[in-house]
Write a protein that binds this ligand. Structure first.
Ligand code: BG6
Length: 300
């Protein structure tokens, strides 16, 4: 179909079996997925994934018990989509952190069965309300394949007549047994910007281990990374396409306490490892051009 044509969101009668749309937390519409390879959940609010359980495994994603579930507020955990900026907006501190698309309800475009997965497609177009924050015409599409692997693709199209640049992240919260015991060896040797230390540029020495507030943007980090979680007997592997940076975030004690939508002790059980293009890797997009960033998650 011509992507410029207006189309209606698909209706539940068109869903494959194993897919259900119902009110989730806070009454927000939630799609539940069940197929032999996996179970999962995604909210239309923010096109926000909140659960992916490969068959026989526990949930790979983490969601806070204290999350707010309200239109206009971000969900704490799962996979918030950050776009069109990452962190605070540089020229407007009053703008929402990590952009506005995680605060909006997306349109459900399709749910299909493909090979060994159920695939959900959602979209959000720029409109007058998004232009309040960002003056560009865009179409964002999120495609999630729930299978024995989780495949998330965020596609951005410039539907206006002037070039623009943007930042983006698939801000994935993973569940771990104890963040103080995990390691992420593949980031060894990478330069990073330390957001927990005045944006100092540093070099990673050895595997990433978490022993304090950690908020880092690893630069030129394109190779797969593995989160080794010995206490859970699990390894989570994240493979990326068209993402130059990997963000690693854990708020640790004080920041967790300061966040109203984050339990005081919950920092122990989570780590964010995010496919990202920000800072000097912002994406430049000419009119009609498309950019797709993908993160593939596997666990064993
Ligand atoms: C991380 C950022 O990706 O997200 C951190 O690097 C930020 O600086 C964190 O604190 C959480 O952001 P938010 O807006 O969801 O609380």
């Amino acid at each position: 179909m011509d992507s410029t044509m207006k189309q209606d969101a698909i209706r539940p009668a068109e869903f494959p079996s194993g897919v259900k749309l119902s009110p989730g937390n806070g009454g927000l519409p939630k799609l539940q997925i069940s197929c032999p390879q996996a179970e999962g959940e995604i909210y239309l609010h923010g096109a926000h994934l909140t659960s992916w359980k490969p068959a026989g495994a526990r949930d790979v994603l983490w969601v806070s018990q204290k999350s707010m579930w309200e239109s206009g507020k971000p969900i704490r955990g799962g996979v918030p989509i950050c776009f069109p900026w990452f962190g605070p907006k540089k020229d407007d501190p009053s703008a929402p952190i990590h952009g506005f698309v995680r605060l909006r309800e997306w349109r459900l475009d399709g749910v299909t069965t493909e090979q060994d997965a159920i695939v959900v497609a959602l979209s959000l177009n720029g409109d007058d309300s998004t232009k309040r924050w960002w003056p560009h015409d865009f179409r964002a599409r999120m495609r999630v394949a729930f299978g024995s692997r989780l495949i998330m693709s965020l596609e951005v199209e410039n539907s206006g007549d002037a070039a623009f640049s943007f930042e983006e992240a698939l801000h994935t919260y993973f569940g771990v047994a104890d963040v103080r015991q995990i390691e992420i060896p593949a980031l060894d040797g990478h330069d990073y910007i330390d957001k927990a230390d005045r944006l100092a540029e540093k070099k990673q020495q050895g595997a990433v281990r978490i022993s304090a507030e950690t908020d880092r943007v690893y630069l030129n980090a394109v190779k797969p990374v593995e989160i080794r979680d010995p206490a859970m007997h699990r390894r989570i592997r994240v493979t990326k396409q068209n993402s130059n940076e990997t963000v690693v975030w854990n708020p640790w004690v004080a920041k967790a306490k300061a966040m109203p939508d984050f339990g005081d002790d919950e920092w122990i059980g989570m780590i964010c490892v995010e496919a990202c293009n920000a800072l000097s890797s912002s994406v430049q997009l000419a009119p009609s051009a498309l950019h797709t960033m993908t993160a593939i998650v596997e666990q064993h």
